[in-house]
Design a protein around this ligand. Structure first.
Ligand code: UDP
Length: 343
């Protein structure tokens, strides 16, 4: 298959690209390198050879996308802005990149007659589910509590509407919506890693503290209604997440509508993650008590029953220490991430 991966120079997209290349597919990465890394291009090029192609372009450039889509069998659409806190501060940018970018991509896909789409959605589309809805199944009502989740939910709706129109017009189109929980870890062989600028995610920040690059972790609220008072999330290893994409792609026939949550089903509190980072690194990770972060739901834990039943997917690297070990291995080798190679 020839797969176009938007955001294929970013964290999850680069890992997906590596896996697709490993499986023998052709991959065109489409990325504007705003948050993606030029360094991944060299790494993936070296691995994929002529099966790998990099196109630097923005999602809002529909014409460039249309050109890049020639001969493409499927799109994996990772390119997006994905920080909850940032989305509250700058909703304009989130709606423009996430919804505007997806609309532009769907327009280009319609024109290029690209028949398959795998879309990166998020558990943030569920908002703050009531306790009786946790663990969260795919039929849980979606009521996002921040602009990030709202923009992704709008994309889901847009994709469904477009698929329905394609169906009426007799165009073959299949789509998958994968709602990710908290993605972490990195390639177990440490070829690729996680490097965000700005970094806002819990595990990378803890590792930066362990490396002495930050003074401390600020714990965003210790007064939540959870057993230890800190927020609970479901952390899923990026290679397991990518495996879910590959499985879904195999099932994505024209007309298919596949919707799955991707998370292990195990929740970990901020305090548990912090302690796991101390354990794995063997280094102190200082902390300080902070206020709650606007837009944070107290607990998000997946029910992986549907994806397990229908795709046979289970998380092979579900252990929190294993996930952090993989992140730590790459981070120790690359203390400044991809370093000066950005852009
Ligand atoms: N968190 C924290 N301090 C930080 C960053 C994150 O306490 O510096 C908490 C955050 O409030 C959330 C959890 O860690 O409960 C995971 O946050 P992250 O930003 O990694 O992912 P999110 O759940 O927002 O997608």
């Amino acid at each position: 298959m020839h797969v176009l991966v938007t955001g294929g120079a970013g964290y999850i997209g680069s890992h997906a690209t590596l896996r697709l290349l490993e499986d023998g597919h052709r991959v065109t990465v489409y990325d504007n390198l705003d948050r993606g890394h030029q360094a991944t291009v060299k790494i993936l090029q070296a691995f994929g050879g002529e099966r790998y192609r990099f196109v630097r372009g923005d999602l809002l450039e529909t014409e460039a996308l249309r050109t890049a889509l020639a001969g493409v069998d499927a799109v994996m659409h990772f390119a997006a802005l994905a920080h909850v806190g940032e989305s509250v501060i700058d909703p304009f940018r989130y709606w423009s990149v996430n919804l505007g970018g997806t609309l532009s991509l769907l327009t280009a896909m319609r024109d290029a007659k690209t028949p398959r789409l795998v879309f990166s959605s998020t558990c943030a589309t569920y908002g703050e589910p009531p306790p009786e809805r946790i663990p969260i199944a795919e039929d849980c009502p979606q009521a996002p509590v921040n602009p990030y989740g709202a923009s992704k939910l709008a994309c889901e709706r847009l994709i469904k509407d477009v698929a329905e129109a394609h169906r009426r017009n007799g165009l073959p189109f299949g789509f998958a919506l994968l709602r990710y929980f908290n993605v972490c870890g990195s390639d177990p062989k440490a070829r690729l890693g996680e490097d965000h600028d700005p970094e806002t995610h819990l595990i990378p920040i803890c590792l930066e503290v362990a490396l002495g690059q930050r003074k401390e972790l600020t714990v965003f609220g210790e007064d939540w209604d959870t057993p230890d008072g800190t927020c609970i999330r479901d952390y899923v290893h990026v290679t397991d997440l990518v495996d879910a994409h590959v499985r879904v792609l195999e099932k994505l026939a024209p007309g298919a509508e596949l919707i799955y949550n991707v998370g292990t089903g195990q929740g970990a509190s901020v305090r548990e993650v912090l302690n796991a980072c101390r354990r794995v690194t063997g280094r102190p990770v200082a902390e300080r008590r902070g206020d709650r972060r606007p837009g944070d739901p107290p607990a998000l834990v997946n029910s992986p029953a549907k994806i397990r039943r229908e795709l046979g997917w289970t998380a092979a690297r579900a252990n929190l220490d294993v996930m952090i070990e993989d992140s730590w291995r790459w981070r120790k080798d690359h203390p400044h991430g991809y370093g000066g190679s950005r852009r």
